[in-house]
Unconditional design. Sequence first.
Length: 139
Amino acid sequence: MNSHIAQLSFALCTCFCLAGCQGDNLPKTVPAEGVVLLDGTPVSDATVIFIAEQGTYNAHGVTNKEGKFQMKAFDEKTGAVPGAYKVEITKSIMESSAGPEVNMKSGLPAKYSKFNTSGLSQTIGESGAKDIKYELKSK
């Protein structure tokens, strides 16, 4: 039993060490932040997703109560890798019902939840972008 615990501990330590070391080999990120508005009103708790047009380095962020977001790449690095992105913005709202079920509905027009229908894109240059603004329309 003790050797099994020791093996498991070694395996976990190895995984954590490898995960920590991977951050050193990741591409450079630059600032990528801005605001999301719906009909001129800040959107809170929305998820902004950057999907790389070429490559595999995506980024994501969540808006605060002022609609402001800051992108993160690789779950640990603030910013985004410079490049061109297609953009999705989603917001889920929980609705309670009379029973034990909880229903989810979208807090934004559905077209913004998929990069191929959102009409949104973003290019992040080598120095980053701190003034991104997405002005969404309800109609």
